[in-house]
Design a protein around this ligand. Structure first.
Ligand code: AMP
Ligand code: MG
Length: 333
């Protein structure tokens, strides 16, 4: 018995049916992406034109950062056989951030898990639990310290063979998209790149901060368990319901423990991070999901300006120390 589930979206914008300036949805970055502009002061371009340009920007980043698109920086690195590769400034910035988050999480977050993710093949048509010996062989190719960066020259040294930015790229792209819209006069907008949300300004039509919902990990229709109110912030969720398959009654989700080679099994169902930068939120949501409640919460509480909502498999909710001070969590009505 096996069922395949794909692409649960984990963050939702809660809004009344106010008239919107402009909204467009595209399938991009392996997920459903939506940009909504509520208010802009650009004298030359319409809100629809700005959204189109923003999607072009996202598409350019996808061509640069995708593991599977031929000619991307990551494709070149993964096919370099350990020889040095020249990459863009953006790629260097993401790789440096990825290494930083690997250090901070003691290797729980590691983009060199790529060969293991490829083996598990969660995106494939008919994924199965791989043989144990192959899982163990792939864990030996994981070591973020073997990503060597010298200016714009990057080398993947043995035993590392491949990297995958699936756990961090959408965060970086959400930040660049928000920058682009702001630079072009957008003062109120909402960006959703799958589970990565970014609120620009506050909700101009409802005259209050944006309400960003956190999905109930147990819901099959995307209903929410609670929400936060934010302006100029990102909200990113990693969850065991976003991409998984079932085999013999057990769920196998897409976030892997680099130590064991298996999907993490630490009692967490989701981790949501609220931060100024979506890059931080994306890396940390994955890192904390692997670290588990105790170590993940410790890490979040050691970082300034970053808050987290952990939800365990019984739907218990755990909030980081900043809740009740700088930010509030509201139960779903
Ligand atoms: P996210 O949805 O941001 O938590 O990222 C999950 C994606 O990151 C997976 O689909 C894999 O491509 C990749 N991944 C899986 N496990 C890890 C890990 N421990 N560290 C970094 N990336 C991972
Ligand atoms: Mg992530």
């Amino acid at each position: 018995m096996k069922k395949l589930f794909l692409l649960g979206l984990s963050g939702i914008l809660l809004t009344a049916c106010a008239p919107k300036t402009a909204k467009q949805t595209e399938f991009m970055l392996d997920t459903i992406c939506t940009i909504t502009i509520y208010e802009e002061k650009n004298k030359e371009k319409t809100a629809d034109e700005l959204i189109e340009e923003a999607f072009e920007l996202c598409s350019g980043y996808e061509d640069m950062l995708s593991r599977t698109i031929e000619g991307s920086d990551i494709y070149k690195l993964n096919n370099s056989g350990g020889t040095p590769v020249e990459v863009s400034d953006d790629t260097v910035e993401i790789l440096e951030a990825a290494k930083r988050y690997s250090e901070l999480s003691d290797g729980a977050f590691d983009i060199t898990t790529a060969p293991l993710s490829i083996l598990w093949d969660f995106e494939g048509e008919d994924p199965h639990v791989p043989p144990e010996d192959q899982i163990q062989a792939m864990t030996e190719k994981i070591d973020y310290t073997k990503i060597k960066i010298d200016g714009n020259t990057v080398t993947l040294e043995a035993p590392v063979e491949a990297i995958d930015l699936g756990a961090i790229a959408k965060g970086y792209i959400a930040d660049r998209t928000a920058d682009y819209l702001r630079e072009n006069g957008v003062t109120s907008a909402y960006i959703s790149l799958g589970g990565n949300l970014y609120a620009i300004g506050s909700n101009s039509q409802e005259k209050r901060p944006f309400r960003l919902g956190i999905q109930d990990p147990k819901s099959t229709d995307g209903s929410i368990i609670g929400y936060v109110e934010v302006s100029d912030k990102s909200l990113v969720t990693s969850g065991d319901y976003q991409r998984f398959f079932e085999e013999d009654g057990k769920r196998y989700h897409h976030i892997l423990d680099p130590e064991t080679g298996y999907p993490t099994d630490n009692g967490l169902s989701s981790v949501t991070i609220v931060s100024d930068k979506s890059l931080d939120g994306d890396a940390l949501s994955t890192a904390c999901f692997v670290l588990g409640l105790d170590d993940g919460m410790k890490l979040i509480n050691s970082l300034d300006g970053i808050e987290a909502v952990f939800i365990d498999s019984s739907n218990e909710i755990y909030l980081s120390d900043g809740f009740g001070k700088t930010i509030e969590f509201y139960d779903a009505e």
